[in-house]
Design a protein around this ligand. Sequence first.
Ligand SMILES: Cc1ncc(COP(=O)(O)O)c(C=O)c1O
Length: 365
Amino acid sequence: MNSTPGGYELTFADAVVAAPPYPGPWPGLDRGRFLSLDRNESTRPPAAPVRDAIRAYVDGVHAYPVGDDLTRDLAGYCAVPPGCVLPTSGSSQGIQLVLRALLPPGGTLLTATPGFPFYGHTAAVLGAEVHGVPFAEDLTFPYGPFADAAAGTRPDVIVVINPNNPTGSAVDVEFLDALAAEYRHVPVVIDEAYAEYTGVTCIPLIARRPNVIVLRSFSKAFAMAGLRLGYVVAAEPVVTQLAKLRNPTDVNALALVAGRAHLRHLDGMRRHVHETLHVAKPVLTDFLHERGVRHWPGPANFVVVDPGPAPGATDHLRGRGILVRPLVSPPAAGFLRITVGTPQEMGMVRDAYAAFLAGVPAVRR
Ligand SMILES: Cc1ncc(COP(=O)(O)O)c(C=O)c1O
């Protein structure tokens, strides 16, 4: 439908009209009434130095933001020259910039599935195809099939999320290095939204593989999803082209000051990561282990749970005020993804899941 009511006509690109709205569960839900463990965001307020920096800057929001200082700080954090860094309004904007620049209409994006849905959505509105290679049944990265698909489909863009959302699967950097070397005329996008949890990064590859483009986010370990900050790390000529596709003021001033405050106080983020992985996550995974519930702890701030032949876990948890993400695509269809919050919040999930199991007839477990 390329028209609007009332006698006015607007012609949208066919691919935009054909694309479904961006998927999001529970539209219209009053999230304030729930513990949100369905979006891999932090459940904590910002650390004190970050909050202070935001408060101190509030009077400055009348002016357009200037991102040069943050770019420099990020370059230091990533150990690359400033010309290799492009701050973005969330890493979602990085995804859009890269695909708009490098994925032509009718082109093919190769990725492992299920992955972060914004890639497929952006490809669809650009009129491109996604060639998805399913993760293995045990949710490990499908190395062989992915390499075969890269050879067979001649993709325009390769995307690997490391570690992957929603499966939590980690991918060997050596494999990504070899992939980038073999397909040197194809952009190899490595999404590292969860890199602070793993300490694993492909950024050092960029110096010798200028087709590698790394996307990062402040929405996860830095607990800033609401401020929308991400960045691209790539070879300087790549950043030069991507920068043309956005307005230099796209990253808002409060995100810039909060990002800089975080980078000056990295110990705060590191403490948060440590508590998430080593205190809060085991509250849930130890329980699941004891109760024989198949699950994948993964290396990041979420756990994948296979409720087995016991449907209704998502609804049960929601009935107890906890939102978790139901997964719908094979090989994870029917599984849940639970974001790791505080140790107390994980205790609430444990208790709610125990009540769920208590209501599941033994024969169905
Ligand atoms: C793998 C991955 N990439 C990108 C994003 C988007 O992050 P941002 O909030 O920075 O746009 C997410 C968010 O869940 C994600 O899981």
